[in-house]
Design a protein around this ligand. Structure first.
Ligand SMILES: *Cc1c(COP(=O)(O)O)cnc(C)c1O
Length: 385
């Protein structure tokens, strides 16, 4: 029984299918990236579906996210690579999280945690090969590499991996991809020469995983493609299937006369007598207010346009003077894969992003906590979670 107004239905078979596409195209194993609550899809169910589909490991940004997965019953290899300078790694080490370090200071904190616990921490060295974001800076490389070698030699850490992140992953032919790969390989060679060879090396995000198998090294680290969105829309969909359908019901229908203003500020007035449908979803659910007057909702195979401003909890669609044959309670799809509805094409999260001048990553990761997540297998029966 559903009580939330807005439902984000997540097809875990689509996630599993997408893991398969990524493994096949890259030719290597997959670290499934489930940061930001699985890009809004729900980190624990996505991680567990990805591992069941053959993913080798799970990646998050922060250690809180990784530890929440562990607490949520995810037993596979977990890694996290972005930390506050005052982070206490004791809990993460105790939870067997593979900790990505970006500075000698972070390594020191991890080593301190391992010593406190009397155990060996698992560490990945994140190298800044040109993105100039997180990752060990070039000027700190020597200090970091010698500290890693020392910590490996004394047994306080084991070096799980060496990684970097690409600047131009979505531009496969960009020569800077090869520059970054060469810098990463040099970092691995340096660590190896110091007696600290990593078990695995990885750099490819979704677009590189799908288009540059030569960069894959040992593993790829896709996020957005897991959820079914093409990381390079101009190159097609790569056979990926969007996992999320954002759907609700028509909450209320009302007939209004010509001239009736709709929603805050009456920014739209009915040009003729018409029928309005109220959609119980708004910007607090991740429906961007900036799309006011610029999105359509899919009901019974047809698209009906939003009119007036999108509010925090609701917005209005114009069903036309004949009411479009729509009734209260009819299913209304905001976005989803093609299979989410017949008739006119179902809008996608990418459509929303294009209209806002952003990327679908931002659309899906901002679906807040209020919409209910409902997990299905192949858009079939619902499974409790
Ligand atoms: C977010 C992230 C990824 C996944 O990127 P996508 O473009 O979603 O595939 C991989 N690696 C790192 C370090 C990230 O921060």
């Amino acid at each position: 029984m559903t009580t939330a107004n807005l439902i984000a239905t997540v097809d875990l078979d689509a996630v599993a299918h997408n893991v398969g596409v990524l493994r096949e195209r890259s030719g290597v194993g997959v670290i499934a990236v489930v940061k930001a609550d699985g890009y809004g899809h729900g980190a624990v169910p996505v991680a567990s579906a990805a591992l069941a589909a053959g993913a080798s490991a799970i990646g998050t940004a922060g250690i809180r996210e990784a530890r929440d997965l562990r607490a949520g019953g995810i037993d596979g290899h977990l890694m996290a690579w972005l930390h506050r300078p005052d982070a206490d790694f004791t809990g993460a080490v105790a939870d067997r999280i593979d900790i990505g370090i970006s500075s000698p200071r972070q390594l020191d904190s991890v080593v301190a945690a391992a010593r406190d616990l009397g155990t060996t921490a698992t560490v990945t060295v994140k190298v800044d090969t040109g993105l100039a974001r997180s990752g060990v800076a070039y000027e700190e490389w020597d200090a970091a590499a010698s500290a890693v070698a020392r910590a490996v030699a004394e047994g306080s850490i084991e070096l799980s991996g060496v990684m970097c992140h690409l600047v131009f992953g979505d531009d496969p032919g960009n020569p800077f991809n090869d520059v970054q790969a060469a810098r990463l390989d040099a970092a691995v060679a340096d660590l190896t020469a110091r007696g600290a060879a990593p078990r695995v090396v990885h750099m490819a995000n979704s677009p590189a995983a799908l288009t540059r198998p030569d960069l894959a090294r040992d593993l790829v680290r896709p996020g957005i493609a897991l959820y079914g969105y093409s990381p390079i829309p101009s190159m097609g969909d790569f056979g990926l299937i969007p996992a999320m359908t954002l759907e609700t019901q028509i909450a209320l229908i009302k007939r209004v006369p010509a001239g009736q203003g709709v929603s805050y500020g009456h920014t739209w007035h009915a040009p003729t007598d018409t029928v309005l449908g109220v959609i119980p979803a708004g910007y607090a659910d991740g429906v961007p207010r900036g799309l006011s007057g610029d999105l359509s909702v899919h009901v019974n195979g047809r698209l009906f346009p939003n009119v007036g401003r999108i509010c925090m909890d609701q917005f209005v669609v114009d069903l036309g003077s004949d009411g479009g044959g729509v009734s209260e309670g009819d299913r209304a799809v905001l976005f989803g894969p093609a299979s989410a509805g017949s008739g006119e094409r179902v809008p996608t999260a990418t459509d929303w992003a294009d209209r806002l001048g952003t990327i679908d990553y931002e659309i899906v990761s901002r679906i807040g906590s209020r919409p209910e997540r409902r997990y299905v297998r192949g858009r079939g029966q619902t499974q409790e979670h």
